[in-house]
Design a protein around this ligand. Structure first.
Ligand code: GLN
Length: 549
């Protein structure tokens, strides 16, 4: 039987519940337990797939094609496991299920209500992953902040589940903020006290408080928090700010978060935590031997969460190369032929990001041209790959009007076109080509060298594709399809063999990069950027070069 850990948040949003939950899961996993994490989000969208990236950041996609909250990305990156649709549930999905059942007549004439029908459905979903005895511990992160109207049914479901389960089968962790008031020169506990009071009023009492703080919590302060919030003093955990999220498991271990949970859950069989690989990664991350500058060309740059998985993939790949990756955000809307050289000149590599709609695409095309003509390592993801195809069509093949029908439905050269199966789809939610598909790699290509095997599987989220009617023209002129879907022939990877490193992928490789398994394209891209940077220094300092020889 699985045991349950619930993680709620108080005082304010953005305290990093997902990271705390993932870090705890990592520690329990490192102790030999089978762990998974799920996230329950209180918004009405059935999934975040229809949300603009400015709303909640990136939409993360799982193997089974679920469009999910970006916290699932943290779970996968920390734990090196796959999550699925079952790991992310929203209020919208809960209501949809209940309403569908009502329409089928499943409630036999009863009045359908938040309690018990909505809360029953929440409880059913909370226990779904525990059904087949696959896990020892299931961590459930409740989105939102305690006290919000919309998170009430979730807290009520936690209350009911705690009542139903044996005492030692569940534990509640509440994440709060202990703000430092500069004027008073003091850390303040009142917001935490209020937040715990609010949670208690809703019927749930936290066993453990994880306190986000900029300053260390003294013993005296811990005692005060413990006393007024009615938790054991050892259950007041300090979560101090750290330079990287990947340090949080180590700081949580130091604070004993995992051991307190194990004690409360009465789990007695566990090992000393094996964090050898994790710490190796942290060392490489902290003490890099070189540094590269990568330009991230996108249009949602005001919100860094919009490109979360890409940024994390760079951290993994950088550590693997013992290289610090400095990301420079370049807003694609402001790149023009006149300023491109000036904007991109200091870069050692260029990543053109995924995206939707026409805003900013011309700037992306200009940036690709610069990378192609100047031998600058280039990596295009999804829309970024499509822009590389359009750039090549316009500037090498001479098809001046070439475009994607997403941006120009009437283009005379639709080198990127809507996928056939998409043409009859009108509904927006969950209808893209989503999730993992296999891809065959051509031997002797850059893609093959990067992956080192003939068949790979990567995750997707798109409606448009390379128009295969043009493939012959492209390949003759030097842009090849090095990866294709075995069933449909859909072009998954394009590259320029004559360029030092130029690759565009229709899929989202960033979704499968983890601390333990950095994604290979990112790893090789950083390697190529390092080589480019070294060459640049040689050219700039011929004297230094000769001295070194
Ligand atoms: N808008 C493009 C498509 O739907 C690219 C999508 C993406 O970058 N994820 O095909």
């Amino acid at each position: 039987m699985a045991k349950y850990i619930f993680v709620t948040g108080g005082v304010t949003s953005s305290l990093g519940k997902g990271i705390i939950a993932a870090s705890l899961a990592k520690l329990l996993q490192a102790r030999g337990l089978r762990v998974t994490i799920q996230k329950f989000d209180p918004y009405i969208n059935v999934d975040p797939g229809t949300l603009n990236p400015y709303e909640h950041g990136e939409c993360y996609v799982t193997e089974d094609g679920a469009e999910t909250d970006l916290d699932l990305g943290h779970y996968e990156r920390f734990l090196n496991i796959f999550t699925s649709q079952a790991n992310n549930v929203t209020t919208g999905r809960i209501y949809q299920t209940v309403i569908n059942k009502e329409r089928e007549g499943a409630y036999l004439g009863k009045t359908v209500q938040v309690v018990p029908h909505i809360t029953d459905e929440i409880k059913r979903r909370m226990q779904l992953l525990g059904q087949n005895n696959d896990f020892d511990v299931i961590i459930t992160e409740i989105g939102g902040t305690v006290g919000d109207i919309e998170s009430l049914p979730f807290v009520e479901a936690v209350r009911q589940l705690q009542w139903e389960l044996p005492e030692e089968d569940s534990v509640v962790i509440h994440l709060t903020l202990i703000p430092y008031l500069k004027a008073a020169k003091e850390l303040k506990t009142k917001p935490t006290q209020h937040s715990v009071k609010m949670l208690s009023q809703e019927g749930v009492h936290p066993d453990i408080l994880v306190c986000r703080t900029e300053r260390p919590l003294s013993e005296e302060l811990r005692r005060k928090i413990a006393l007024f919030c009615n938790v054991k003093q050892e259950a007041v955990i300090e979560a101090a700010d750290v330079p990287t999220i990947y340090e949080v498991p180590v700081t949580m271990m130091r604070e004993g978060l995992d051991l307190i949970c194990l004690k409360k859950l009465n789990i007695t069989e566990y090992n000393e935590p094996d964090l050898v690989k994790w710490k190796e990664f942290l060392d490489k991350l902290k003490y890099p031997k070189s540094r590269v500058t990568i330009g991230l060309i996108g249009k949602y740059l005001e919100l860094q969460d919009a490109y979360k998985s890409i940024l994390e993939s760079f951290i993994h790949a950088g550590a693997m190369n013992e290289c610090e990756v400095q990301i420079i955000n370049v807003h694609s809307e402001y790149i023009t032929d006149d300023n491109v050289a000036e904007k991109l000149t200091d870069l050692d590599g260029l990543l053109v990001a995924p995206g939707f709609g026409h805003r900013g695409v011309e700037g992306k095309i200009v940036a690709v041209k610069y990378a192609r003509e100047n031998g600058l390592p280039f990596f295009g993801i999804c829309l970024g790959m499509q822009m590389a195809v359009i750039e090549f069509a316009r500037n090498v093949l001479g098809l001046k009007e070439a475009h994607s029908t997403e941006m120009n439905p009437d283009t005379i050269d639709p080198v990127i076109d809507l996928m056939e199966e998409q043409k009859k789809i009108t509904s927006k939610g969950g209808t893209m080509r989503l999730g993992a598909y296999p891809c065959h790699l051509k031997e002797g290509t850059l893609a093959y060298r990067i992956y080192g095997k003939p068949v790979i599987s990567e995750r997707h989220r798109h409606r448009w594709e390379f128009n295969n009617k043009y493939l012959g023209l492209f390949e003759k002129a030097g842009m090849i399809a090095s990866g294709t879907n075995p069933g449909t022939g859909l072009v998954e990877i394009i590259e320029l063999p004559a360029h030092p490193f130029f690759i565009g992928v229709q899929y989202h490789p960033e979704l499968k990069s983890t601390v333990e398994n950095p994604q290979p394209i990112f790893v090789h891209f950083i390697k190529a950027a390092k080589a480019y940077a070294e060459k640049k220094t040689e050219v700039k300092n011929p004297q230094l070069q000769s001295e070194m020889i």
